[in-house]
Design a protein around this ligand. Sequence first.
Ligand code: NAP
Length: 240
Amino acid sequence: MTRVLLLGGTGDALKIARRLGAEHVYSLAGLGKVPDDLSCAVRVGGFGGSAGLARYIEDERIDLVIDATHPYAAQISANAAAACRDTQVPCWALRRDAWRPQADDDWRMVDDWYSLVQVLESFVRPLFTLGREPLAHLDEIAAHQFWTVRCLDPYPGNARARILAARGPFTLAGERELFDAEGFDVVVSKNSGGSATEAKLEVARERRLPVIMLRRPDLPVVDREFDAASELLAALDNLR
Ligand code: NAP
């Protein structure tokens, strides 16, 4: 029997976790909802860096680590690859394809917060869909801007920012309604890939709105990479 440690925090990871039996472990950082209806064990919270993760792998006699974390969760992915190398346990990763700009898209690519703010300068009503990062900058909003920041949990806004607590998936109809109501002139996004949060890009395309896109971080090389949960599950079935 191959005992799996599944690193999650995404919809795809939950899909895989739902197929794991009681001998396997699903691990979450603890920022979002913790499911209570899974057959596998669920653990919550950090391991204490790659050394802590390596210890966990050994103590729990894990045979395979599956990194199904978000493509921007680069730290845990690096830790997983390093811990697997140190313990000589294979590491698989689910790395969903990035979105690609289409003919009518106007994407402005940025590498970090600093360059993002430079590009943002010429806009007035941005929709931020980066998670919590903009919350640390609410006191720095330029006088000509009003930000809408969509993230998982409620947070106080201010005179220049409204925080919208919402969890995907987001529908095309819902996004159109939001864009109509708020009059966004730019969308700020990670290149998450997948369908759950893609509708905003379609609405931006329809309205010829630019998208400021934060580039994906570099992720470590692993033993096997999959771009769909279904492929990873099929490979897992072949192990049993
Ligand atoms: P990160 O920067 O890569 O990780 C920060 C630390 O959180 C890690 O070093 C680790 O702590 C702990 N951690 C992260 N994922 C964990 C997991 N599945 N199980 C146990 N510990 C975990 O990650 P992040 O960007 O803060 O994201 C945190 C979680 O949210 C991830 O699991 C990710 O899948 C999910 N998520 C992230 C994004 C995003 O845009 N970044 C979006 C959607 C969901 P230790 O070093 O102490 O082990």
